[in-house]
Design a protein around this ligand. Structure first.
Ligand code: 5RP
Length: 212
């Protein structure tokens, strides 16, 4: 099975968690694109969506799916999103598409987080995929120095500005054996907006193409 087929199958499998009348949180990326295609077939059954990026908002609107404001909806029953890596406990690295901040907000506001990935994203230990971190632009060098002290090798994703007007550092060389405590530690560094480690609020359900 190709990676693309794995993504498509995982995305289709997530539809079983979508119930009539729901407001669905929608992530970002190529796997989520398949989910949006599937959701479009049920657009008249759901109340609407909350989107995690300008990219997903555009796709949702193109499909005629309503996009709502999280401040107006309140807590969501379901969030569906992809990931860059997933460990056996459902802890994730996310942010390859630079949408990590809004993704983390929606994940936090959702009762159930269903993660859709192709099987190649499963790892025993997180860190092979460089950890994305969103930073306030003026703090880029300050944060990078702090990350080096922690043993990481930050690389500025030059030319990328997030939907929130911030920048991304991709941190190489991390072997993340305790994702919860690393997430907590990184959250203490001034200038970091969001760490792409989704450990404290991790996935509740992980669907791969295999399980579909
Ligand atoms: C975007 C993300 C994506 O979920 C992650 O990058 C996976 O993307 P794809 O489904 O294209 O492989 O975190 O910020």
């Amino acid at each position: 099975m190709s990676n693309e087929e794995g993504k498509r199958r995982a995305a289709r499998a997530a539809m079983r968690y979508v119930e009539n009348g729901m407001v669905v949180g929608v992530g970002t990326g190529s796997t989520v694109r398949h989910f949006i295609d599937a959701l479009a077939e049920r657009r008249h059954d759901i109340e609407g969506t909350v989107s995690s990026s300008e990219q997903s908002t555009r796709l949702l609107k193109e499909h005629g799916i309503p996009v709502l404001d999280l401040n107006a909806t309140g807590p969501l029953p379901l969030y569906v999103d992809g990931a860059d890596e997933c460990d056996p406990n459902g802890c994730l690295i996310k942010g390859g598409g630079a949408a990590l901040t809004r993704e983390k907000i929606i994940a936090a506001a959702s009762k159930r987080f269903v993660c859709i990935i192709d099987p190649g994203k499963k790892v025993d230990v997180l860190g092979r995929f460089p950890l994305p971190i969103e930073v306030i632009p003026m703090a880029r060098s300050h944060v990078a120095r702090a990350l080096v002290e922690l043993g990481g090798q930050p690389v500025w994703r030059d030319g990328v500005t997030t939907d929130n007007g911030n920048w991304i550092l991709d941190v190489h060389n991390l072997h993340i054996t305790d994702p919860v405590s690393l997430e907590r530690e990184l959250n203490q560094i001034t200038g970091i907006v969001t760490v792409g480690l989704f450990a404290r609020r991790r996935a509740d359900i992980v669907l791969t193409g295999e399980t579909a």
